[in-house]
Design a protein around this ligand. Sequence first.
Ligand code: CU
Length: 285
Amino acid sequence: MTVRKNQASLTSDEKRRFVAAVLELKRNGRYDAFVTTHNAFILGDTDNGERTGHRSPSFLPWHRRFLLEFERALQSVDASVSLPYWDWSADRSPRSSLWAPDFLGGSGRSRDGQVMDGPFAASAGAWPINVRVDGRTYLRRALGAGVRELPTRSEVDSVLAMATYDMAPWNSASDGFRNHLEGWRGVNLHNRVHVWVGGQMGTGVSPNDPVFWLHHAYIDKLWAQWQRRHPGSAYLPGGGTPDVVDLHETMKPWNDTAPADLLDHTAYYTFDALDADRPARAVAG
Ligand SMILES: [Cu+2]
């Protein structure tokens, strides 16, 4: 059974194996197919038209399936590897071990944003940016430049407290848990982290940066935590919503899985500790 662990608690051997599997998917061409798929959905998902991967209720199940596909690809290289998650509310500094040269490498240099250390630096020769939105072929980051602060635990908690999964108009204008977690409204969790990392992570080709997977694995974990806190709250909408993936409707590009099939992560993987970062119960209201 796959166990997804906090990146901060990985052993050096686990980090080495994760990096090696990612580099192998890059080498054999499978990695870039994930970048292409993500960018196609970013470009295609619109507030007033069809929307599946983003700015819609299926943002969470779509990324859960997308991460499962990537994790299975990693495991085809090395069966011991699983996706780690990055709790950016706890590991919130560019000095975090996440950004060390033995794992993802650090921020970009000021001149052009180029990452200069770690296994994904252009200078290491194994990480060409092929699926791109401009001419630059090297991994870029500007940690903390686009926005100064990553979300705090209390901001995360304020979003986990929202009892309704999603609401009409089921897009970036919605109130409710999904849109606050995604970040188009309110304190801004998921979107803000993309901006904080900068470089390719701030664009539709964000999976070019391997931190994409660790960020989304934590977003996915927050969905699981939200389900635990609100056992009576369901995925919405339940049916008959144009342009939006209802509970039992299948999702593109796979066309064989509906949100209903993805609500229970334990069918696919568990977490090292689902409630470990749960704060002490707040003062009763
Ligand atoms: Cu995305």
